[in-house]
Design a protein around this ligand. Sequence first.
Ligand code: SF4
Ligand code: SF4
Length: 243
Amino acid sequence: MGEAAIKIGRKHKSVFKDKVMEILPNGGNLNACLTCGACASGCPATGLEGMDPRKFLRMAALGMDEEILSTNWVWMCSMCQRCIYVCPMEINIPQLVFHARKSWPREKKPRGIAGSCDQALKNDTCSAMGATEEDFEFVVNDVLEEYREGQPEFAEMTADINREGAYYVLNQNSREPVTEPDEMVPLWKILHLAGADWTYSSKGFAAENYCLFMAEDENWEKIVRIKAKAVDDLGAKVWLNTE
Ligand code: SF4
Ligand code: SF4
């Protein structure tokens, strides 16, 4: 048997097997996984690190905690949830990935994601790129003016910030105002043509939340609460987060 052989049948209690049981719908059992591969076929992370969602689930089901807890693949899952939608059993594999991420010590988690989470926690804007309220307001107003002047059919287009009583509050991924400001405009145009009553909030404007991807419940919640409070403070009815 080669080095890559899978060892099964261990005697110690598996934490992950319990987690798998928790995510099976309607008290199902693992034998109900048809090993059909539908989850793996549409997964953008299939093949990376020699892993795919079906294999990950089977390894968890076999109690292979050591492998599950050490594979870098868990950081390559985008949490897109495609696998859940195509699975005939609706098995929540990203939830299992989330549990695996949680078990990593913080210093071993990917530095890029950790840095983005930390940055967001430092700013009222929740921007992972460190954009301030002033930065955001400046860029939005500057881009809006340019398009209103350059495209007469959108001369009346709006992109308000902190307007109380608007029906929608829209979040914006901070990559756009910081690095690709023109990318904000197509959505402004759609909202304008649809006659939507919307505003940004400068506090908590950033749509991204890397603390979620870090699997840090407390920090993830802290960021969501800042954004939710901003929406409430403006008296909006609907919070639109495009992420
Ligand atoms: S799609 Fe669902 S049933 Fe099919 S292999 Fe993946 S987890 Fe198992
Ligand atoms: S949620 Fe993760 S495992 Fe599921 S399809 Fe997306 S990347 Fe793949």
